[in-house]
Design a binder for this molecule. Structure first.
Ligand code: ADP
Ligand code: MG
Ligand code: MG
Length: 250
C-alpha cells in the first residue's frame, strides 16, 4: 500500500469536522445533561478552523502539528487542549513519510499518552479516554495480525483461506489472514477491516460510559447524577474513528 499521505490525513480531519458539526446539537445536549452544554459548539468551532486552514501540500507531521495548534487555540473547554494534545502527540510520532498502518497506530497511541499526561484520565472515569483507548487497542491488535499475516503468508496461488468469508460479526484476525491471501490488495482490505474494528470498539467504549460515574472534568462535580448519561467527549472521540473508517482506507 502507498501509505497514508498528508492529503489523506487532511481528508480524515475534514470528515471529522463535518461529522462534528453534523452532531453539534447532539453533543451539546449530552453535555447539557452532565456539563455546560457547549461540547458540540466547542468542537465545531475548533474543527471548522482546522478544516479551513489545512495545508494539504505539507508533510504528515506538519499537517498534524498545524491541526493540533489550531485545535488548542480555537476549541476551548476541557476537550480543546485534550484533542489538540492528541494530534500533537500523533504528529510528533509520525515524521514526514507517508504513514504505514503500523506508524499510524503507534502514533495514535502516542497521542493518547499525551491526553493522559495532560488530563490524568484513568479507565472508567467517563471521558474521551474510554473511547480512545479501546479503539486504539483494537486497531493495534488488528494491525499486528495484519503484519503477521503478511510476513508468514505471501498469498501465493496455493494459499488457502483458513476461514470462510465472514458476514456480519467477524474476528479481525480471521479476516486479516483471509484478506492476506489475496496479496497486496489483501493487506489494503485488511487495513480497512482494522479501521472498522477500531470504529466498533470506539462505539462500544462510548456506550460503556453511560453507566459510569464521572471522575474527571466538569461532570465530576455532579457525581452520582452523571450515571445513566453518555459522556459527550467519549461521543465525539468515537466520531474520530467513524471518520477514519470512512476517509482513511488505503
Ligand atoms: P468543558 O467541560 O470545559 O465545557 P467540553 O464540554 O468541551 O469542555 O468537553 C467535555 C469533555 O471533555 C468530557 O465529556 C470528557 O470526555 C472530556 N474530559 C474532561 N476532562 C477530561 C480529562 N481530565 N481527561 C480526559 N477527558 C476529559
Ligand atoms: Mg462543556
Ligand atoms: Mg465549557
Amino acid at each position: 500500500p502507498p501509505g497514508l499521505t498528508a492529503p489523506m490525513l487532511a481528508e480524515w480531519l475534514r470528515e471529522f469536522a463535518r461529522l462534528v458539526s453534523e452532531h453539534e446539537d447532539q453533543l451539546n445536549s449530552l453535555d447539557a445533561a452532565i456539563g455546560d452544554a457547549d461540547h458540540g459548539t466547542n468542537l465545531t468551532r475548533g474543527f471548522e478552523a482546522v478544516a479551513a486552514n489545512l495545508r494539504p501540500g505539507t508533510y504528515p507531521a506538519a499537517l498534524l502539528t498545524d491541526a493540533g495548534h489550531i485545535i488548542i487555540n480555537k476549541t476551548g473547554g476541557a476537550a480543546g487542549p485534550l484533542f489538540g494534545t492528541f494530534f500533537l502527540g500523533l504528529a510528533d510520532a509520525v515524521g514526514n513519510n507517508p504513514l504505514t498502518p503500523t506508524t499510524f497506530t503507534t502514533g495514535l497511541q502516542a497521542g493518547l499518552t499525551g491526553v493522559v499526561t495532560r488530563g490524568r484520565a484513568e479507565p472508567g472515569d467517563k471521558t474521551m479516554y474510554d473511547t480512545l483507548a479501546p479503539a486504539i487497542t483494537a486497531l493495534t491488535s488488528s494491525i499486528t495480525a495484519l503484519a503477521r499475516a503478511s510476513t508468514t503468508d505471501q498469498g501465493g496461488p496455493n494459499a488457502t483461506p483458513t476461514h470462510a468469508p465472514t458476514t456480519g460479526q467477524h474476528d479481525p484476525g480471521a479476516t486479516l489472514s483471509q484478506a492476506s491471501t489475496t496479496g497486496q490488495h489483501g493487506s489494503v482490505a485488511a487495513f480497512t477491516y482494522a479501521l472498522q474494528a477500531a470504529r466498533r470498539a470506539a462505539e462500544a467504549g462510548r456506550d460503556a460510559t453511560i453507566p459510569m460515574l464521572a471522575r474527571k472534568g466538569r461532570a465530576s462535580y455532579l457525581g452520582e447524577r452523571t450515571i445513566g448519561h453518555q459522556d459527550p467527549g467519549a461521543t465525539s472521540a468515537a466520531l474520530l474513528f467513524t471518520a477514519a473508517a470512512t476517509a482513511l482506507p488505503l
